[in-house]
Design a protein around this ligand. Structure first.
Ligand code: IPM
Ligand code: MG
Length: 366
């Protein structure tokens, strides 16, 4: 089957890390004799420069007709420094999430033994860290109405809104995931203060009855922020609302040693989008310094969740670990490294190409 992949490189380091992810997918296609077709679309500042719109209709249609979307990053400082700008690249990202209905953002957090010494946290804290955050992505304070300024321009307001349905659909996914993992869901909220958090607790408790083998615990977000650093191996599946998930996943990225390592999936009823969580990092754009591993791991995630190719996904993950243990990494991981973005992609695709097909079909599960 020919699988259609929409490729949206976006801004900053997006294009160069996505190039490496596509390189790796091509090596998978030839190793496994599979067919992927890549069709490129514009998004973010790159799209604004050409069309005036950060998420043009053409890109939306491309996403809708594809089996999966591989996305780089959005954001350009030339728009950040203009608070009066009517259109901002980030609006493209938010509109993409809401138009495509990508309500569940899945962000796995894992420590890699070859990188234990790169983490600012002590080795014994990050050993055995393997959890996944289910962040609600199309509701909460990011999208709630009303929002804006009072007429006298003295006050501004945002609104946090959640419906039971919005909570239930992602909660079910989190429980399903926990069933196949260590069997624990931690709902992170601020139920001692917020009405929306109390609705989350009520709804999630109800859903937990359908999953008697999964253990549900509640944790306030301030406490969770501390625990992510002091005892990250405590977590298995973290379920949380949009903004708490945004903050906690950036925080959790330090566990692995670099933000450049974290992939993510954004899942909706009809579309699935895969993206590195690091953002556009314009400071190093075009310098062949950006870490492509998060984008490459996002491609692996895509093979697993959208393209029914878990063996292929695992081979990519194996190659990624190999690049770490051989020191073929960018300077965010090893400040003395001479290896650039494309060297890492070359190493990983070379590793995949060096495997023979019989070995592959026997399947290595990692
Ligand atoms: C993320 C980013 C976005 C978010 C920004 C760029 C709007 O931080 O994907 O985590 O806040 O969701
Ligand atoms: Mg974020």
């Amino acid at each position: 089957m020919n699988r259609k992949i929409a490729v949206l490189p976006g801004d900053g380091i997006g294009p160069e890390v996505i190039d490496e992810a596509v390189k790796v997918l091509k090596s998978i296609a030839s190793a496994y004799d599979q067919k992927f077709s890549f069709e490129y679309g514009l998004v973010g500042a790159a799209a604004m420069d050409k069309t005036g719109d950060p998420f043009p209709l053409e890109t939306e249609n491309l996403c809708k007709k594809s089996h999966a979307i591989l996305f780089g990053a959005i954001g350009d400082p030339k728009y950040d420094n203009n608070p009066a700008a009517k259109v901002r690249p980030e609006q493209g990202l938010l509109r993409m999430r809401s138009t495509l209905g990508l309500f569940a953002n899945v962000r796995p957090i894992k420590s890699y033994p070859p990188l234990f010494d790169k983490s600012p946290l002590k080795n014994d804290r990050i050993k055995n860290v393997d959890f996944v955050v289910y962040r609600e992505l199309t509701g909460g304070i990011y999208f709630g109405e009303p929002r804006g300024r009072t007429e006298d321009d003295q006050r501004a307001y945002d609104t946090c809104v959640y419906s039971r349905e919005e909570i239930a659909r992602i909660a079910v996914m989190a429980f399903e995931a926990a069933q196949n993992r260590k069997g624990k869901v931690t709902l992170v909220d601020k139920a001692n203060v917020l009405a929306t958090s109390r609705l989350w607790r009520e709804e999630v408790k109800k859903i937990s009855k359908e999953y008697p083998e999964v253990n549900l615990e509640f944790m306030f977000v301030d406490n969770a922020a501390m625990k992510v650093i002091t005892q990250p191996s405590h977590f298995d599946v973290v379920l949380t609302e949009n903004m708490f998930g945004d903050i906690l996943t950036d925080e959790a990225s330090v566990i692995a040693g670099s933000l450049g390592l974290l992939p993510s999936a954004s899942i909706g009823h009809h579309s699935k989008l895969f993206e590195p969580i690091h953002g556009s990092y314009p400071e190093v754009a075009g310098l062949n310094k950006a870490n492509p591993l998060a984008a490459i791991l996002s491609a692996a995630f895509m093979l697993e969740l959208a393209l029914d190719a878990p063996g292929e996904a695992n081979l990519i993950r194996e190659a990624v670990v190999k690049s770490m243990s051989e020191g073929i990494v960018t300077e965010d991981i090893d400040p003395g490294s001479k290896h650039g973005t494309s060297d890492v992609g070359d190493f990983i695709s070379g590793y995949i190409a060096s495997k023979n097909v019989d070995e592959l079909t026997s399947g290595t599960i990692i």
